[in-house]
Design a protein around this ligand. Structure first.
Ligand code: AMP
Length: 504
């Protein structure tokens, strides 16, 4: 059996790996590290949970150990699709580079430019970034990518889902042709194949299956019920959720509770809290420091329930999550796989419970055909929608009103979750067969549901990254800089307001 010490890694990296408690490389590490150390481009087909982060971090640290960083010219670049994933890579880097003098900077939205600029100005060996924020820095003239010797693209399939591929292509073009590229994706959609053909040079292709399939370690159950009245389904689902949590007792050490819409994430978290359960929300509209605090609390066990949207919780590597509750049946079948894969990680047992009402039937049949099995039916515990603590009557009325509002405005702007769904043909091109679903934890999305053009939500390409006036600076529209604020209009200034009045 290969040991880390058999791989030609820097002794300082080996000691950090040993201190982290790892002896044997995972299959993706065993395969990818030797190629990466030879300086070859690597195309790694692997999901989160396989140890892929170390498979590029360890050789990077080894290769960068010689040489020094120059001001504003990072020597390597890691691109990750979300802030949380970028932060996770940065944590890995801290763990494995702790015995070296290498420096890093993390460029993600929601953090002030000033601090990040200072780090870049000093010169960094490793720059870890989300694509939007990286280009923001580049366009502000604060960053040169011509010194990049190693470039990593992590979770390329999610980059595709989030509409980042044009940004990735642009970033590739800004880095030297001679760079080494380590490119990771869970699946190889045609668009990803095209990028790798265009930008990777004779890559070594390494591929690993997920270590344990979802079905082996995750006990899935479906709890279906018919609400007493259609407009009470949201309230009654909250009561059922509490009853399920209660009936699980101590077995439910912690849980991620998924809702389809950001607005419901907040309401469900508040409702659990008001019933004495320790819950906090996470979604793209919350500011970064709050997201980080919430995630840290959930990771270290001080927070028991994380109520989440799909995008905010994707790819998070939190090894010990005992339960996942799908408060809503996901309307995109592939999200079911993403969600339940948050539990039963690293060989642990996990439970994934889905709450359903009759209106969810069509979504459930899409899920069962994707996972190629019926989700076993669980016995619905007795639950009462009556609040456990005396709530003011108007609280409930408010909820009911909200619910009525929801069904009326379904699909309307602002009510959908931020899960970025690009409905253009490019994004919905046929992807890998759903056959892969159970083997690969996070399969490529199947063609999205058609959304009427007028209703189609604008894909939120950069979840959270444009908040707080963080638009890409310098872009001109109708002669006006995009970053010029218009008082009272926020970012949403109608185009006609910027047109010239001249009639020439
Ligand atoms: P990743 O796929 O990079 O998200 O890693 C998944 C988990 O596996 C992380 O919690 C890592 O700390 C852990 N891990 C990485 N390499 C190894 C290894 N060689 N042996 C055991 N666990 C590992």
């Amino acid at each position: 059996m290969t040991k880390f010490s058999d791989l030609a890694l820097d002794p300082k990296v080996l000691s950090a790996v040993a201190e982290a408690g790892y002896e044997t490389p995972t299959p993706i590490q065993e395969q990818a590290i030797p190629y990466a150390l030879e300086g070859r481009d690597v195309l790694g087909i692997a999901q989160t949970g396989t140890g892929k982060t170390a498979s590029f971090t360890l050789p990077m640290i080894t290769l960068l150990s010689k040489g020094r960083a120059r001001a504003r010219m990072p020597r390597s670049l890691v691109l990750a699709p979300t802030r949380e994933l970028a932060a996770q890579v940065a944590e890995n880097f801290d763990t494995y580079a702790k015995n070296t003098k290498l420096t890093k900077a993390l460029l993600i939205g929601g953090v002030s430019f000033g601090e990040q600029d200072k780090l870049i100005d000093r010169g960094v060996d490793v720059l870890i970034a989300t694509p939007g924020r990286l280009l923001d820095h580049f366009e502000r003239g604060k960053l040169l990518l011509t010194g990049v010797q190693i470039m990593v693209v992590d979770e390329a399939d999610r980059m595709l889902d989030m509409g980042f591929i044009p940004d990735i292509e642009r970033i590739f073009q800004l880095t030297p042709f001679t760079r080494q590229t380590l490119f990771f994706s869970a699946t190889m959609a045609p668009e990803i194949e095209r990028i790798t053909n265009a930008f990777l040079h004779n890559p070594a292709r390494v591929e690993v299956a997920r270590q344990a399939t979802a079905s082996e370690t995750i006990e899935q159950k479906l709890f279906s019920f018919t609400p007493s009245r259609r407009d009470r389904s949201f309230t009654e689902k909250r009561a059922l959720l509490r009853a399920l949590i209660e009936s699980e007792g101590e077995a439910c050490q912690n849980a991620i509770i998924f809702c389809n819409r950001k607005v419901d994430v907040d309401v469900v978290a508040k409702s659990l809290k008001s019933h004495g359960l320790d819950a906090a929300p996470i979604h793209g509209d919350l500011d970064q420091s709050q997201r980080t605090r919430t995630l840290d609390g959930f990771r270290d066990g001080t927070l028991r329930f994380l109520v989440a949207s799909d995008v905010a919780a994707r790819g998070l590597d939190i090894p010990a999550v005992s339960h996942v509750f799908n408060f809503d049946v996901p309307s995109h079948a592939e999200d079911y796989i993403h969600r339940i894969g948050r539990t039963g990680r690293a060989g642990r047992q996990g439970r994934a419970y889905t709450l359903a009402v009759p209106a969810d039937d069509k979504y459930l049949s899409a899920i069962t055909s994707l996972v190629k099995m019926d989700i076993p039916t669980g016995e619905v515990p007795e639950f009462s929608a009556a609040p456990e603590r005396p709530r003011r009557e108007q609280d409930d009325r408010k909820d009911e009103r909200k619910e009525g509002g929801r069904s009326r405005s379904r699909g309307g702007r602002g009510r959908r979750d931020e899960a970025p769904r690009d409905t253009t043909p490019r994004e919905t091109a046929p992807r890998e067969a759903p056959r892969e679903a159970l083997r690969t934890e996070e399969p490529a999305p199947v063609v999205s549901e058609p959304v009427a053009a007028a209703e189609a939500p604008k894909p939120e390409r950069r979840e959270g990254e444009r908040r707080g006036g963080e638009r890409r600076g310098g872009e001109r529209r109708n002669g006006r800089r995009d970053d010029e604020a218009v008082v009272g209009m926020g970012d949403h200034m109608p185009d006609f307001l910027t047109r010239s009045f001249k009639t020439s």
